[in-house]
Design a protein around this ligand. Structure first.
Ligand code: NAI
Length: 337
């Protein structure tokens, strides 16, 4: 039998951590035939709560779970790591400036990048969830020069799922009939959720929308802002940030990327990945594109034509990524990849 896959989850005592762990251990992320060993990383103050979560995991007697270890030292948590989910991050507190937030997170992700570089297994795959996710992934990768750059990704699958849901709602179809939606750019309010190549049961989504008199006006005034600001909307209605949907998206991201028989089958998804110059995006920026993936690999879909409005929206978001990179660079947070 194959050895257990080591999954390292950071921020494991947090909300998304709690919503993710039991599903990982039940096989929802890596499939029903993959045994798992969980390495959970937290800050020292949260180790007590995490101990309790580890007890609960034990109490599930999961068939696939070979062991749970908890750590506050990243070097130990990432030893032998095959799949890394970097969820733990410093939230923005009252009065905190943007630079302070970047700096606090920069310290966390630099250290974790170095720990991955030192101890992770040679086939490691990294997914950053903690915000600002794209730039945190950039920082992590910059401190892990021995790991191929393409192994570092950030989560935009939640935005992707939100866009599918809004399109389904507007057209009265089920999400399963929708294909080809994509998030372009940054995981932030500047993102471009694109329906330009989406289809509904094989028909161009824009055509279906036009029949319902939903055109550019609806896209720019309703659809795009709704998707891009959905996190804030959830906070307002729920009284707390997205947790279950974020955990679900993180599992789907890893599942689609790393298994060959992903639960949902081959499909186009959105993933923030290091640009190799696709669509004119500066090399190395961690930018969301439409990708196809499976078996631990992904490929950015190339050759898609964006409308002029789409291109402008995408470029605005890429400009924000460039500015975030310049900010962390000037704070000295990037390593020497
Ligand atoms: P949370 O505050 O409940 O949990 C975060 C956990 O990280 C805490 O338990 C904290 O102790 C831990 N942590 C902080 N520094 C750490 C470090 N250096 N090492 C290990 N653990 C550390 O937050 P929640 O709701 O679980 O969200 C986690 C992150 O995910 C946030 O940054 C949030 O903005 C982000 N997020 C990203 C989404 C995306 O689509 N990319 C969607 C939703 C949330």
């Amino acid at each position: 039998q194959k050895p257990a896959v080591v999954v390292t989850l950071t921020g494991a005592a947090g909300q998304i951590g709690y919503a993710t762990l039991f599903r990982i251990a039940s096989g929802a992320m890596l499939g029903a035939n993959t045994r798992i060993r969980l390495n959970l990383l937290e800050i020292p103050q949260a180790l007590g709560a995490l101990e309790g979560t580890a007890m609960e995991l034990t109490d599930c007697s999961f068939d696939l779970l070979d062991g749970v270890n908890i750590f506050s030292d990243p070097r130990r948590a990432f030893e032998g790591c095959d799949v890394a989910l970097l969820v733990g991050a410093k939230p923005r507190s009252k009065g905190m400036e943007r630079a302070d937030l970047l700096e606090a997170n920069g310290a966390i992700f630099s250290e974790q990048g170095r720990a991955l570089n030192e101890g992770a297994s040679s086939d490691v795959r990294v997914t950053v969830v903690g915000n600002p996710a794209n730039t945190n992934a950039l920082i992590t990768a910059s401190h892990a020069p021995d790991i191929p750059l393409e192994r570092f990704t950030a989560l935009t699958r939640l935005d992707h799922n939100r866009a599918v849901a809004q399109l389904a709602k507007a057209t009265g179809v089920h999400p399963r009939d929708i294909e080809g939606v994509a998030i372009w750019g940054n995981h932030s309010a500047s993102q471009f959720p694109s329906l330009e190549h989406a289809t509904i049961a094989g028909r161009a989504a824009l055509e279906v929308l036009a029949e319902k008199n939903l055109g550019e006006q609806w896209l720019s005034k309703e659809f795009i802002p709704r998707v891009a600001n959905r996190g804030a909307e959830i906070i307002q209605v729920r009284g707390g940030s997205s947790v279950g949907s974020a955990a679900n998206a993180a599992l789907e991201h890893v599942n689609l990327w790393n298994t060959s028989n992903s639960v949902k089958g081959p499909q186009i998804t959105s993933m923030a990945v290091p640009s190799t110059g696709e669509y004119g995006v500066e090399e190395g920026l961690i930018c969301s594109f439409p990708v196809t993936c499976g078996g631990g690999e992904y490929r950015v879909q190339e050759g898609l034509k964006l409308s002029e409005a789409g291109r402008r929206r995408f470029e605005k978001s890429v400009e924000e990524l460039r500015q975030e990179k310049a900010a962390v660079e000037s704070l000295g947070l990037l390593g020497n990849r």
